[in-house]
Design a protein around this ligand. Structure first.
Ligand code: MBD
Ligand code: FE
Length: 286
């Protein structure tokens, strides 16, 4: 049952997630690389022209222009630039970056990756709370090259939301590495990870992104997903997400990051509660 307190708590914790993503991004990315001025000029000119074309086309008013200024200032104040960009732009960046691949499909990384999650086995179980709620999920498969060669020792980094839709290190009050782990494939390239089914994710509703979504009458949902980075020396790193069939938002993910190849096919487990989902990764050689 949802009470007002639950909703207040959700809003408070979700709001911090956007802001924390800005702090994390700053820690990870140094000042930003030098970009050649010809390229800067070309990209900046085209982006500015594209927005000017919308203004002329749509007869944008001073009231609307001032609303835009107010909103852009707020995106920065709320620390939601990484959230906004990863939700509305990263899918195109990823499309361009990965068009050449013939192996498994990638999709966006999103704002909540943290490098260096502790390495298991721990009997294949991702770090989780003793009373972690959610349906048990066994995620298994094999990592291969695109020619079918198994890749022993391939690294599988996995991170995902809990059954309330919160990510550790971004929403407060969750143990540091909860539902974040690094796993190594065996000699045959096979891996098995025990976790719980994540909940669908709602973009924080009380910050600047939420304000835009509400003002536009959009919904704020991403379908439930597992985030993965799969890597092996000599192969291109694969950053991807996997989704669950039947999720109402698989067809209208606000982040535009679902692809048909990324849907799992979970089966009920024979003797225990929960599901098994099998997914094989094929990595492109560098
Ligand atoms: C997420 O969990 C996510 O994966 C993306 C892309 C954006 C916001 C939240
Ligand atoms: Fe996510």
């Amino acid at each position: 049952m949802s009470t007002t307190n639950d909703i207040d708590e959700f809003v408070a914790r979700a709001a911090e997630s956007g802001k924390n993503a800005t702090d994390r991004f700053r820690q990870r990315e140094s000042a930003g690389s030098e970009t050649d001025s010809v390229r800067v000029s070309r990209l900046a000119s085209r982006a500015i022209q594209a927005i000017n074309a919308v203004v002329i086309d749509e007869r944008v008013t001073y009231d609307e222009y001032n609303a835009l200024k107010t909103w852009l200032i707020r995106v920065g104040e709320d620390g939601e630039w990484p959230l906004f960009l990863d939700v509305f732009l990263e899918h195109s960046i990823e499309q361009v970056a990965n068009e050449h691949r013939s192996g498994s499909k990638g999709t966006i990384e999103g704002p909540y990756y943290v490098p260096g999650a502790p390495e298991g086995p721990w009997n294949g179980e991702i770090p989780m709370r003793a009373d972690e709620s959610g349906r048990p999920l066994v995620f298994q498969g094999q990592v291969r090259g695109i020619d079918g060669t198994p890749l022993p020792g391939a690294k599988i980094e996995m991170w995902h939301a809990d059954s309330d839709g919160f990510y550790s290190q971004f929403a407060p009050g969750i143990a540091e590495w909860n539902l974040r782990g690094t796993f190594l494939a065996g000699d045959d390239g096979r891996f098995e990870v025990h976790t719980i089914q994540p909940a669908p994710y709602q973009i924080p509703t009380d910050g600047a992104c939420g304000q835009l979504i509400a003002a536009a009458g959009w919904h704020a949902w991403r379908p439930a997903h597992l985030h993965l980075k799969v890597s092996h020396e000599g192969y291109e790193l694969l950053t991807t997400q996997l989704y669950f069939p039947g999720d109402p938002h698989n067809d209208d993910d606000i982040a535009g990051a679902v692809k048909p190849e990324l849907l799992l096919d979970p089966r009920p487990r024979a003797s225990e509660d929960g599901y098994v989902a099998t997914y094989d990764f094929e990595l492109d050689p560098v």
